[in-house]
Write a protein that binds this ligand. Structure first.
Ligand SMILES: [Zn+2]
Ligand SMILES: [Zn+2]
Length: 342
């Protein structure tokens, strides 16, 4: 299959679920943020439901869940909440679910640890580490000065406190839900140890944000680990996913519409980053450049203000990849900016 096929062309409306297959339901949760929505899924079983991802901690997501659980599922018990990864739009209401329904929490160790660590990290001002990270990536000083005075991003503003204790999910384990086997893979790059599920019996994949249609998931370096190489991890895990036997899966992604054409999409995403890497190498040539400098080559469009920090993280990710491959050399200038050259 060379093109993706979208079997459903409309999203479920607010507070509604859409049945994808028997026992598999899709929920679209509206978000009051730059990202308009996140998808959650429900797998129904005789003795309870499993919910995959929760949405952000916000009124709109809580209203949707309350309505869906009482109206569509008649308060059926929740066997477990599976969290694909620690990003606020996926883990935000986990604490709310735990408190209200005392549900089991199932996720990878890295998702749980990272989510819980970040909710406990409350800052009153933008941290020096973050300002230094932006500086090293070449963000102009006048922008840094403006950002220094802004309200810092606190994870806990969007994510309820994550309770102590969870059930760890590991690579290759199998879950039995409604007598169907679901296989677990852990994927890196977009987030550490992101849960990816596939069910050959139903021919359904739940891909989290690892494989999305229409957009490429953000692959960023953060000040917590400035030398990280998430792009290498992402590409490696995309290759791993290509080993899943192609059964004509319907892919249920974390954002946008469900689609057919899993292998095609994985290959498109690999090619997308490989060609970005080629453009960057060409652009850098003999003049040393920072992560900020290579925006035109990487994004081929103007980056808006609100996208700047994510774009910068993604730009660092591409340069770290080329540096670790030995294709680029790195130098630090007098101001502390990392400059890359061939
Ligand atoms: Zn994400
Ligand atoms: Zn997401």
């Amino acid at each position: 299959m060379k093109e993706l096929k979208f079997p459903v062309e409309i999203f479920p409306t607010k507070k509604k679920v859409l049945q994808i297959k028997e026992g598999v339901y899709w929920v679209k949760l509206l978000l009051p943020s730059m990202i308009s929505h996140v998808n959650a899924y429900i797998l129904d079983d005789e003795d309870g439901i499993s919910i995959i991802d929760t949405g952000l901690s916000c009124v709109s997501c809580k209203e949707s869940w309350t309505h869906i659980l009482t109206h569509d599922f008649k308060n059926k018990s929740i066997k477990r909440i599976i969290i694909t990864h620690h990003h606020p739009d996926h883990i935000g209401l986990l604490g709310w679910f735990k408190k209200k329904f005392n549900t089991e929490i199932w996720t990878s160790r890295s998702s749980w640890l990272t989510g819980r660590m970040l909710t406990l990290d409350k800052k009153n001002e933008v941290s020096t580490e973050l300002l230094n990270f932006w500086l090293s990536a070449g963000m102009p000083s006048e922008i840094i000065e403006k950002k220094r005075l802004e309200k810092p991003f606190n994870f806990s503003d969007y994510v309820d406190k994550i309770p102590l204790g969870y059930r760890r999910m590991v690579e290759e384990e199998q879950l039995l839900i409604d007598n169907k086997k679901w296989f677990v893979k852990l994927c890196n790059g977009h987030a550490p140890e992101q849960i990816f599920l596939f069910c050959p019996d139903l021919k359904i994949i739940i891909s989290g944000d690892q494989i999305l249609p229409g957009i490429s998931p953000n692959l960023s370096v953060y000040p917590t680990e400035p030398l990280a190489n998430p792009l290498a991890e992402y590409l490696e895990d995309c290759e791993k996913l290509l080993n899943i036997e192609d059964l004509g899966y319907l892919v249920l992604p974390g954002h946008n519409l469900p689609f057919y054409g899993f292998n095609t999409r994985v290959e498109q995403l690999i090619n997308h980053h490989q060609s970005a890497l080629k453009r960057i190498q060409k652009y850098i040539d003999k003049t040393p450049k920072s992560a900020y400098d290579i925006f035109p080559a990487l994004f081929k469009r103007k980056i808006k203000n609100y996208e700047l920090t994510l774009a910068l993280g993604e730009s660092v990710a591409h340069l770290n990849y080329l540096f670790k491959m030995g294709i680029l050399k790195k130098d630090v200038d007098k101001k502390g900016v990392n400059l890359f050259v061939k």
